[in-house]
Design a binder for this molecule. Sequence first.
Ligand SMILES: [Zn+2]
Length: 236
Amino acid sequence: MTKTAPATVICQVCKKPKSPHDGMIAELIRPSLAEFIKKSVSEWDDKGFVCLDDLGEFRKDYVKEVLQDEIGELSTLDNEVIESLHEHEILSSNISKQFETKLTFGERLSDRIASFGGSWRFIIFFGAVLFGWIILNGIFLLNRAFDPYPFILLNLILSTLAAIQAPIIMMSQNRAESRDRLRAENDYKVNLKAELEIRHLHEKIDHLLRKQYNRLFEIQQIQIELLEEIGRQRKG
Ligand SMILES: [Zn+2]
């Protein structure tokens, strides 16, 4: 005679009928989480059934509580991590790519200008222009110079350039800073999540090992009893 599994089982938390595949027996839940659930469920039965939806909710609350105990007030970042644990989604994302697509044309242009302005290419090019200008006006066009010594027009151009370049560089720096902040936040979230997941795995494995040892011990006990029985029968 084969025993068929019942089509539905009643979840002992939400009291709703569920498929046996959508949950697990309370005994199999790792102890720390089971302790936590017991606090809020009055009729707890170790042999009872708990659906995955409830387990997910409890797990979320449990992680929240543990985190709160350890680091105090939870930030929005921490909450995002807890949500993502619950939703089983991946947190890591390519921040720089995300950031790059949000930039406007003006912002991109200022980044370009700032990176050109801070390069040896710019210094060499600009040095050549200055040198050319002075040589041209000071020596070649001595009497017909469009900017005679002491090069007042050149002075004006230089100060205009400096006035424009400074805010452009600042804009670009601000953006680099916010990109770094985004990256740091993302790193924090990924690290926290990895830590939580690893801890969860640890507990799961410990729980499994303990269960397995108990089971092995039981089996061994049964075998010993059987052997003793056989021995007794032989003698008798
Ligand atoms: Zn349920």
